[in-house]
Design a binder for this molecule. Structure first.
Ligand code: AMP
Length: 545
């Protein structure tokens, strides 16, 4: 073979992104909303602080490959950790602050986190679970608040102030080195770790920057509303730093008013969030009519984005929502719904209602139940499988997830059709989970907790469509003989066992849960009954955040 004469071995690392920020984009800006208004820093200042954070973490004993966890909202400090940990050779592990205590314990211990950087506002949540963390040696408190009962706590700002400044980065020679770790609770069983590499982060960031994806560029001011603990905030921090786009961080102020004000005041050009956030914001904006004219594009995904929501934004506020599809396992963006050239009007809307067109470097196929490949005719469906340089190849130290990988392809658990132009239309979900407000609820776990109630014989939990949250859990329960346990009783029973936003807001009492031929709960039948209005439902309280 005649080999090309190019620098094929040149590593693609986050150190390169850091270098660009420092050399070329020093005047870039990171804006964070706090209790006391916005705090601003230039990329020059951020880089200087990243250096200090690297030596600070080293002084705490963090070495190559060690896991540095964050338990935090989107902020400048979180961004600093995003770069410091991987660029010093460690691994950034973003803990999902919405998870229930047992899951956090499992995840922190499984990841063997050494240090946790925690927002002061999140200390009360973390201190409840911290005693069960077996490997954490230090907690670093971001902000001025109290460290509570967290052991070996040190303040982030003190840690940085104690450092001499500058940092001697050891070049990352092999870009396949791990850079980030993020667990997904999307499947049954224990949460699964997705371990990104420097190479996958860089290529995914580059993928986000192409015009047919999000087209992030130097002129942008990017606001990730999607949390930095959820699939790298869709890769937006990496992409923004890559091209020197400014970043606007909403921290924990995710209510419609502060978000709208941030967009207006900071002239945000790209704001990304799950459909629930845009549905809430729409109501507020209809009433208050803020100036959103700076918005160039609004990436939205994590769940199907209703066409009516997209149309309402465009028609009433001139804001263009761009649907994207992806998973934690796909870094996460795998497809973006930009209509092909020449397609306009209703046909274009039909494209935008889909999960999108597969991005360059990502390959997709549809696999039928019998293992055969399904044609891309836009009609026939199969399980969507993907592969490519930013798609997970295995879960981190968890062989139980091996069945999600099929001969080099990731099985997404989404059922889809693909048309001849590569547009994915998701039609169903093979995985038994519920996605509410962008986060997973495990139906299997809810069922287990419900069936732990002495008066529950059987419980099957299914997703019911919800305008605000995309989906909410509906618990279908068979009472034990003679019991008249109520929906309220069951909700109270669950309250101490699962995160409060998991609590079903509706129950359906049924005589029997339908079963498949092998005796498993047949949720397809329950879903069909729900669709046809044949499930008598009892509302019990509202969804809680
Ligand atoms: P996560 O790993 O939490 O990001 O969840 C990934 C899953 O969210 C996918 O496998 C889909 O089931 C769902 N999802 C993401 N984006 C979309 C979309 N645009 N339309 C429908 N479902 C989506």
């Amino acid at each position: 073979m005649l080999q090309g004469l190019v620098q094929d071995d040149h590593p693609l690392t986050l150190q390169h992104i850091l270098d660009r920020m420092r050399r070329m984009y020093g005047d870039g800006e990171v804006v964070t909303l706090t209790d006391d208004g916005t705090v601003r820093a230039t990329y020059s200042e951020v880089c200087e602080r990243i250096d200090r954070l690297c030596s600070g973490l080293e002084s705490l004993g963090v070495g190559p490959g060690d896991r540095v966890a964050t338990f935090a909202w989107n902020s400048q400090r979180h961004l600093e950790a995003y770069m410091a940990a991987p660029c010093m050779g460690a691994v950034l592990h973003t803990l999902n602050i919405r998870l229930f205590e047992d899951q956090l314990t499992y995840i922190a211990n499984h990841a063997k986190d050494k240090v946790v950087l925690v927002d002061d506002s999140m200390v009360p949540v973390l201190e409840k679970v911290a005693p069960s963390f077996q490997t954490v040696e230090h907690y670093v408190i971001m902000g001025d608040g109290d460290a509570g009962s967290l052991p070996n706590a040190i303040r982030y700002e003190e840690l940085l102030a104690d450092q001499p400044g500058g940092y001697d980065y050891k070049p990352i020679e092999d870009d396949r080195q791990a850079a980030g770790l993020c667990y997904t609770s999307g499947t049954t069983g224990n949460p699964k770790g997705v371990l990104y590499s420097h190479r996958s982060d860089v290529l995914h960031a580059l993928g986000q920057c192409i015009a047919d994806a999000l087209g992030i560029c130097n002129a942008d001011r990017v606001m990730p509303v999607v949390p930095m603990f959820h699939a790298n905030a869709w890769g937006l921090p990496h992409a923004s730093m890559f091209v020197g786009a400014d970043m606007v961080m909403p921290s924990r102020f995710l209510q419609p008013e502060p978000l709208a004000r941030l967009i207006e005041d900071e002239r945000v050009t790209v704001a990304a969030a799950v459909p629930t956030i845009w549905a809430d914001l729409l109501r507020w904006c209809d009433e208050h009519k803020p100036d959103l004219s700076s918005l160039r594009v609004v990436p939205c995904g994590g769940a199907a984005v209703p066409l009516e929501l997209q149309k309402a934004w465009e028609e009433r506020h001139g804001v263009r929502i761009l649907q994207a599809w992806g998973m934690t396992e796909t870094s996460p963006v795998g497809s973006v719904a930009r209509p092909p050239r020449g397609v306009e009007g209703d046909e274009a809307w039909a494209c935008r209602a889909k999960a999108g067109r597969i991005l360059p470097l990502v390959e997709a196929r549809l696999v039928a139940d019998d293992g055969s490949e399904v044609d891309w005719d836009g009609e026939q469906t199969g399980e969507l499988e993907v592969r490519g340089p930013w798609i997970a190849s295995a879960y981190y130290e968890d062989p139980s997830g091996a069945d999600k990988f099929d001969d080099g392809w990731l099985r997404t658990g989404d059922i889809a059709a693909i048309d001849s132009k590569g547009f994915i239309r998701i039609t169903d979900r093979a995985k038994d989970v519920i996605k509410s407000g962008g986060e997973w609820i495990s139906s299997v776990e809810l069922e287990g907790e419900l069936m732990a109630h002495p008066e529950v014989l059987e419980a099957a939990v299914i997703a019911k469509p919800d305008e605000r949250w995309s989906e909410r859990p509906l618990a279908c329960v068979v009472r034990s003989e003679g019991s008249d346990v109520s929906a309220e009783d069951l909700r109270e029973h669950l309250r101490s066992r699962v995160a409060k936003w998991w609590l079903p807001d509706e129950f359906a009492f049924v005589d029997e849960v339908p079963k498949t031929s092998v005796g498993k709960f047949d949720k397809k039948v329950l879903r069909k009954r729900l669709e046809e209005g044949q499930l008598e439902r009892e509302p019990v309280g509202a969804a809680e955040r």
